[in-house]
Design a protein around this ligand. Structure first.
Ligand code: ZN
Length: 200
């Protein structure tokens, strides 16, 4: 899956979770989005990857991601007050793997991914509309859509412009953009977004 989509889906799931478990949205979303930095391991085997490879068979952090999810579970058992937070970071890693599996299943077909993108944006809109009570959900939604389009486009452009097996930059770029987008999100929205808290 493209980096912009990973960010959008992490931000959406963080909104549901922060509402359900009364957690700070911006902190949780920042950590869940940064969990997608597992894509840094594309750097190890970039010479084997044409941009459509099955990461779960090729890239070490993806292959051993089960250990990361397990570590989050163990940390949750040790630090009771951080249990939910830690489980959710593990959930973000598991979601990343799920999205990569789906993208490979769809053969990274642009039309299929576009349909997936549209469904994801509709879901994100309704989740933000339902969950965000203080601070404009439209502003948050617009920010996430803008970063999704910009990062996905930059990644797609780098894949078709350079030979992915020769240019490690193709895989460095999305991670740099992920960190920049997350930092901007944190700076713009910290203390500005509050969630409706679930009563159950
Ligand atoms: Zn990945």
């Amino acid at each position: 899956m493209y980096t912009g989509d990973h960010i959008a889906i992490s931000a959406t799931l963080a909104a549901i979770a922060s509402r359900r478990f009364s957690l700070n949205y911006v902190t949780l979303a920042t950590c869940m989005i940064l969990a997608n930095l597992v894509d840094l391991d594309h750097l190890f085997y970039f010479h084997l990857d044409d941009g459509t490879a099955n990461s779960l068979l090729l890239h070490p952090l993806h292959i051993y991601s089960g250990i990361l999810v397990f570590a989050c579970g163990v940390f949750a058992l040790i630090k009771k007050e951080k249990a939910m937070f830690s489980f959710l970071i593990g959930f973000a890693i598991a979601t990343h793997m799920c999205a990569d599996s789906l993208a490979h299943f769809l053969h990274y077909n642009y039309t299929s991914l576009f349909i997936y993108d549209m469904l994801e944006l509709v879901l994100m809109f309704f989740v933000f509309k339902k969950c965000v009570c203080y601070g404009s959900h439209l502003k948050l939604f617009s920010f996430m859509v803008a970063q999704d389009i910009l990062i996905t486009f930059a990644q797609w452009l780098s894949l078709i412009q350079w030979e992915p097996q020769k240019e490690i930059f193709v895989y460095i770029l999305p991670n740099i953009l992920l960190v920049i987008a997350t930092s901007l999100f944190w700076l713009i929205f910290k203390s500005k977004i509050e969630m409706h808290h679930s009563r159950t």
